[in-house]
Write a protein that binds this ligand. Structure first.
Ligand code: TRP
Ligand code: SF4
Length: 322
């Protein structure tokens, strides 16, 4: 029985943190055994928000790929590649853009949000086409499943519509894909808000054990719990929330009863995280010391991806008489 095909990507807009690890990457690692998986760094997508900081995209392109491998993606099991290494994505994006109504793109919630967040005077053609490029990524590999976070579900819905419309015009080329929502408790950051690079409250996969200890030391806890024997309220404590994500929150009653102090609790969390991150750091350090290895892995990944992309594009061009 052949395995289903799976595809997912991440934009290289920053270093990956614990939220990315537990929310996506750890799941990708599991899925690479169950599916024929394609994982890529969506560097063209990053241009939609970083067009004047392309040297940063270049830096994060490598960092994110390194984080993929450090987290446990195995190039023997799956294809790991960079979007811009497979030019077919750009061609398919162009062709799909011709049959995609502008009205569909204007209605995408992330488009409206970005437009407001970025305080853009004008919205670029590329930003508006974000979901079309994403559709090209998915349809190129005729992916059956696409693991994504909640925020990406509207994009996926649109991808299916774009695919269906294309099929209606040119014939049944693209299968229907479905989103796979990764269910997990959202990772809280150092300040208790959702962990996010833009909040400056993240622990990164590339942080050292010492940096992790230091970051955990600064975490928000119950402000009323000053001494160890003060009764605490774990409900409003970021340390507790993070331990809870890991199923390690057995200090609840001791906190309330004033039997443990925040220092001790933080030590436990830092120890736990450093244990969790140890194998990831080991792989990461190894890779950073041998940059040519990353180049080889990405080249081989692009080769694997291109093999599939080439076949799809031949079909598409033939159907469109190009
Ligand atoms: N838009 C996705 C994100 O920001 C990244 C992405 C690009 C993607 N192309 C994709 C995800 C295709 C899944 C499939 O998270
Ligand atoms: Fe949070 Fe632990 Fe302090 Fe309780 S003892 S407030 S759970 S850090």
């Amino acid at each position: 029985m052949s395995k289903g095909r799976l595809l997912s990507g991440m934009q290289p807009t920053g270093l990956l943190h614990l939220g990315n690890l537990e929310g996506a990457l750890a799941n990708w690692v599991k899925l690479q055994d169950e599916y024929e998986a394609f994982y890529f760094v969506a560097d063209w997508h990053a241009l939609t928000t970083m067009l004047d900081r392309t040297e940063l995209i270049a830096k994060y392109r490598r960092e994110v790929a390194t984080d993929f491998l450090a987290a446990g993606l195995d190039p023997e099991k799956c294809a790991i590649f960079v979007q811009s290494d497979v030019k077919e994505h750009a061609e398919l994006h162009l062709l799909l853009s011709m049959s995609t109504p502008v009205g569909w793109l204007e209605r995408v919630p992330t488009f409206k949000e970005k437009k407001e967040q970025l305080h853009l005077e004008t919205v670029s053609y590329g930003l508006m086409g974000y979901p079309v490029l994403m559709t090209a990524d998915i349809l190129m590999y005729k992916a059956d499943v696409v693991p994504v976070g909640q925020d990406q579900l509207p994009h996926l819905e649109l991808s299916r519509e774009i695919g269906r419309r294309f099929n209606n015009i040119y014939g049944e080329i693209f299968p229907d894909c479905k989103g796979m929502l990764t269910k997990y408790a959202a990772m809280p950051g150092l300040d208790g808000r959702k962990m996010s690079k833009s909040y400056g409250n993240a622990i990164y996969l590339c942080d050292s054990p010492e940096e992790t200890i230091e970051k955990v030391r600064t975490m928000f806890t119950d402000p009323l719990k000053i001494r160890k024997d003060d009764p605490g309220h774990p409900g409003g404590c970021a340390v507790y929330a993070m331990m809870d994500v890991y199923g390690q929150a057995d200090m609840h009653d001791d906190c309330e009863a004033g039997k443990i102090g925040c220092m001790q609790c933080k030590k436990r969390l830092a120890n736990f995280l450093n244990g969790r991150l140890a194998p990831i750091r080991e792989r990461r350090n190894e890779l950073v010391q041998h940059p040519e290895r990353l180049d080889e892995i990405l080249a081989a990944g692009a080769e694997k991806a291109r093999k599939v992309a080439k076949v799809t594009m031949e079909e598409v061009r033939e159907a469109m008489h190009f």
